[in-house]
Write a protein that binds this ligand. Sequence first.
Ligand SMILES: [Zn+2]
Length: 426
Amino acid sequence: MTYRTSRSRSPGGAAPTGPATLRRANLSLVLRELREHTSLSRAEIAQATGLHRATVSNLMAELLERRLVREVGVEHVGAIGRPRRAVALHGAHVGALGMEINVDYIAVHGTDLSGRSLVERRVVHDAMGSGPDSAVRRLGLVAKEAVEAMRRAGSVPTGIAVAVPGLVDVTRGVVTLAPNLHWRDLPLAEQLSSILGPRSVPVWVDNDANLAALAEYTSGVAAGTPHLVYLTGEVGVGGGIISGGELLRGADGFSGEVGHLRVDPNGDRCGCGRIGCWETKVGLAALVRAAMPEQAYGLPGMPVPDPGERVADIARGLASGDRRMTMAVAQVGEWLGLGGSILANLFNPRVIVIGGYFASLAQWLLPHAQEQLRRLVVAAPAAECRFVASTLGFGAASRGAASMVVNHIIDDPTTILDSLRRPAPY
Ligand SMILES: [Zn+2]
């Protein structure tokens, strides 16, 4: 599979020019090719990349020296047993740390260059109640602990990416607006780097649904599907779009705000202040209001419901044939299909992966959603598109964040080679 991040440089990195640029591009090309295959011979790499054999040998020497690739011995290919010396991606010592901060938790996922999972955990944290300063400090603390754990597992983190539920200016690492965290114009990358100290590795920030879409593309239920839409159902609804193997970001990185597609001009007021947004039809609050109105969000005197508990209650009701819940989930499923059909008409995805509570209730939602998709997608008979439930669970965004760091490493291995030479940052 191919994936390229936007060509934003590492924070603080100088743009090399001339031969250095070419070498960086060629190293990246070779690593990308190796990432897509279990192992390749030098001749195969030369053929796949169009690079000269001598150039490939030269690049390989550097990658071997840096331990980003390893020789996988002599294999015998074909009936005559022709020997083939192959190499494979290595990089067990190169770490990528992905994090997610959300309303009530911080998640971390650390991997090595090959995507092998090293650290995975979730920490309960009330980000909304604690305020941005305290939340960023806690994020820094959790990052330091994860870095330590990765070091103990033999891997040096070379970059950190943080997933945030909101609009993110990815070039500057600034959270422009995260309504559910009550954050506005927060320079998260800069603040986190400053907490991690002067020798901090590069820090990137991105939208949580974008990164979850990337996780689905690299390691989820529809991994490798180059045209894929990811939807996450929480109280809000977010989306990430992979088109032609690349994450669509738009001019400012603000694409994917699918929860605010207006689907009903006569509908309810949305948290964003507008009327009839899709998330007022399919967000968890809408489902709870229809399925168990006595537990609805926003009732005076009621505590904010625990989303996991509400979804579990509804799943139990559905399993026992509760009529009101069955009707509510059918209605949400139809709206899910209607919104999905708008996205399918726009982006022609092969798969729409649903995460969050949508995945937990998939068996009840999907028949209704799929039927709407069949009815409303213009090219439906010719262009197969199906809903599938994510299997990545709560860790999708942090897993995607780690993938993004790996993508940055592969896009620009020279930066990483530099950071590996540095002494331990913490
Ligand atoms: Zn809205």
